[in-house]
Design a protein around this ligand. Sequence first.
Ligand code: ZN
Ligand code: ZN
Length: 170
Amino acid sequence: MKLDITSIIKDNGGSIQISQTESLKDLESNLGTVTFTSPVDFSGSVTNNNGMLVLKGLARVSYSTVCDRCGEKIEQELSVPIDEDIIERSQAEADESLKDDRFTYSGNVLDLDRILADCLITNLPMAHVCRENCPGLCPLCGAEMKEGGCDCQKDMPTDSRFEALKGFFD
Ligand SMILES: [Zn+2]
Ligand SMILES: [Zn+2]
């Protein structure tokens, strides 16, 4: 959504309540193993604070990915608290100290979608597991390991048997 901020742009302290559920174009392509599976839900507000806009609220989206250990498909929900200062573009360009701020606006339109997509992507967890102590896959047969090891490993020769053979060839 491109938010029309005409009503607050000249009104210091003015605020707009936002409640939207929208599919974001920036989240349509896959990010590694992550696929976003729901529209982005955002509720919050944007406030004019001496010409700087303060966006606050909560953004939520669902996504699917795979377990890092066993490859099982998992569904996750991402909930990101938003608290961003958004600076008028020409002001940000003129002031060196504001250069590192991520978001700017110009004119009477705030590109809310871009800000939400950016905040969601940067807050994605680095690691995903289907459950806390997922044992992963057996390195021998590729099947999901059970607690205490995979069945196929029980048929493997044990070290003690190799020890016995070693003596035989001496
Ligand atoms: Zn797993
Ligand atoms: Zn196995």
